[in-house]
Design a protein around this ligand. Structure first.
Ligand SMILES: [Zn+2]
Length: 599
């Protein structure tokens, strides 16, 4: 959910995707056939039949990134054995750029492109094929026509004998086995496909079908247990954002000991551990992922920043509002499980505290406004290096904290008559669908909900690096930050890793003893005060000192030994943990309860 301005005016695809779309009905579909002749080799074979409309040449391309995951991923690198034919006649096909091909049609009305896709990236934004199952996503799988039209795309799957079931939000084509249809390429890209022998549980809310789908190592998954809790989250989210707008929603979880989730309009693809229904912590984490990704079916998939559509699938799409698309979603991922009765008040305050702590302990919050962290996500958040914490702020927690503060502000300004829920509902009514919102439009609708002009407040919280002000929210809800006693533990600052027994610095935070003394990333720490320190022994050794002690650190920097004097600091206390005031008034407690109960 983080796209912005369309760039590269010279790029044909920009013109292509921003042009008005023609009606889908008039156009013949592109028809794909997916085959898995040897799934254990981790390939899917794709056949794509393109109508040529009588052209002598057609241009086709593969997307280089997928919406919701803001990095150019060069999916085309996994494509091989590309051939083209018209019937039995081979046609010339040539690459014209890294992700485009030009096919000479020889005047044929239809041409077939065949290719293989290596499918071995176990993430929600790519493909995975193995002997037991396949997870396919649209962007890394389907080469499509370079054109402006909203053309239907059909997908037929030839099932290997051992695989019995296909789960996808794509619409089944009646009368054609294992065949599905998307009205346009956007829908195809937005519809993952799971093929294998998944574990599926269905339930209904408001007459709409929902399917919880587990694939992978599902032996330990208690799927029955998940149904009522996922259903409660659906209801809690619907109570905020309004009616369910899909015919059928799929909650996909690949049980593959990985994490992550990616939202789609009528589904999400997530990954988790085989123990996710076994332990309370893992289960609530998974339900938090469900809440986050499910809330996206409104916030970003139907109510989106204006730059997030139509997509340019070949270039970065720049957007400044991911702190709303992701951060507000993350706030509701904390709120909804509380409203659903899944987590306790303490657990809820703990999740909000975690968001605040993630913002307030990152030096980069004073360097980059959250709207610019969103804009630069393609080169920063999705490409983090060792210095990112000094330079930038994560728009997930900062957006969530802004949502928390905004919710309190709207509730207070309207004496509890309205809330952030109201603002999101009004934004949905006004800007959902093809419209999208600009930052000013979003600020205006929230101002309307609050009954007061919030633009200056947004300028300060989202467009500047000023510190966030928690006073109003804490006072309104009767909360405080638990006092953290001054630490007596010595602190040097900076991350380290055990590199085959060598203790190597991996990051150096601003405002730490390490950076003041001149310790650098990749320095190998060998000894403190001439006594060797082992790779796993730094914490225990620092415990032998007090804050304020001056020590000598022997490091190897590009193999040259050097001693660096460091004045140790005090370990930072955990100053950002929320707790209710002991003497909170009944009114303050009622305010907090209203937030937690969705009133
Ligand atoms: Zn998200």
């Amino acid at each position: 959910m983080k796209l912005r301005l369309l760039l590269a005016a010279a790029c044909l695809c920009t013109v292509v995707f921003t042009a008005p779309r023609l009606g889908a009905q008039a156009l013949d579909p592109i028809r794909y056939t997916l085959r898995f002749p040897a799934p254990h080799t981790q390939y899917v074979d794709v056949e794509a039949a393109f109508p040529t409309s009588g052209r002598a040449e057609i241009d086709v391309y593969m997307a280089t990134w997928t919406p919701g995951s803001y990095l150019i991923r060069e999916y085309e690198r996994n494509v091989e054995a590309v051939t083209a034919a018209a019937g039995t006649r081979a046609l010339n096909v040539a690459k014209s750029s890294k992700n485009r091909w030009k096919i000479s049609t020889g005047g044929a009305p239809n041409v077939t492109l065949r290719y293989k896709v290596y499918s071995r990236e176990m993430t929600v934004r790519n493909n995975w094929v193995e002997a037991a199952f396949a997870m396919l996503n649209g962007a890394p799988t389907f080469i499509t026509l370079v054109e402006r039209a909203a053309r239907p795309h059909e997908v037929r799957v030839e099932l290997p004998a051992a695989w019995k079931r296909i789960e996808t939000p794509l619409e089944p084509v009646s009368g054609s086995a294992n065949t599905f249809r998307a009205d346009n390429f956007d829908t195809l890209v937005d519809s993952p496909i799971i093929i294998g022998n998944p574990l599926v549980r269905d339930f209904t809310v408001d007459g709409k079908k929902h399917s919880i789908v587990f694939e992978g190592d599902t032996a330990l998954i208690d799927a029955d247990k998940t149904v009522s809790d996922v259903q409660k989250i659906v209801v809690a989210a619907r109570n905020v954002m309004g009616p369910l707008q899909y015919p059928h929603y799929h909650f996909f979880t690949l049980v593959v000991e990985q994490g992550g989730g990616l939202e789609h309009k009528n589904s999400f693809m997530g990954m988790g551990t085989r123990f996710l229904t076994r332990t309370d912590g893992a289960y609530k984490n998974w339900l938090g992922l469900i809440a986050h990704e499910y809330f996206h079916n409104w916030n970003v998939k139907r109510l989106r920043p204006i730059e997030l559509g139509p997509f340019d699938y070949e270039n970065e799409n720049y957007v400044k509002m991911l702190w709303v698309a992701e951060g507000f979603t993350d706030y509701y991922a904390d709120v909804l499980p509380k409203r659903a009765g899944i987590v306790s008040k303490d657990e809820f305050l703990n999740t909000i505290s975690n968001q605040i702590e993630q913002v307030q302990t990152i030096p980069g919050r004073l360097v980059t406004p959250v709207n610019m962290a969103s804009f630069d996500t393609w080169i920063k958040q999705y490409r983090p290096d060792e210095n990112i914490a000094n330079m930038s702020i994560n728009y997930y927690p900062k957006g969530a904290v802004i949502a928390f503060l905004l919710d309190a502000r709207i509730r207070k300004a309207t004496n509890g008559a309205r809330s952030l829920d109201t603002g999101m509902q009004w934004a949905m009514q006004r800007y959902s669908g093809e419209k999208g919102y600009t930052p000013d439009q979003f600020y205006a609708v929230m101002s309307e909900a609050a009954g007061t002009d919030l633009k200056p407040w947004f300028a300060k919280t989202a467009e500047s690096t000023d510190e966030l002000d928690y006073t109003e929210a804490l006072e309104y809800y009767g909360l405080r930050f638990r006092p953290a006693p001054a630490s007596t533990r010595a602190f040097i600052g900076g991350g380290t890793r055990n590199d085959g027994g060598r203790l190597v610095i991996t990051s150096v935070r601003r405002d730490t003893p390490a950076i003041s003394a001149g310790l650098n990333v990749d320095d190998e720490i060998i000894a403190l005060d001439d006594v060797r320190v082992r790779a796993d022994g730094l914490t225990a050794r620092l415990d032998q000192y007090k804050p304020g002690d001056k020590i000598s650190v022997l490091v190897a920097r590009r193999d040259r030994l050097m001693k660096i004097d460091v004045t140790l600091g005090a370990e930072p206390g955990r100053a950002w943990r929320l707790e209710p005031l002991a003497n909170a008034t009944a009114e303050q407690t009622a305010h907090l309860n209203a937030l937690m109960d969705g009133k």
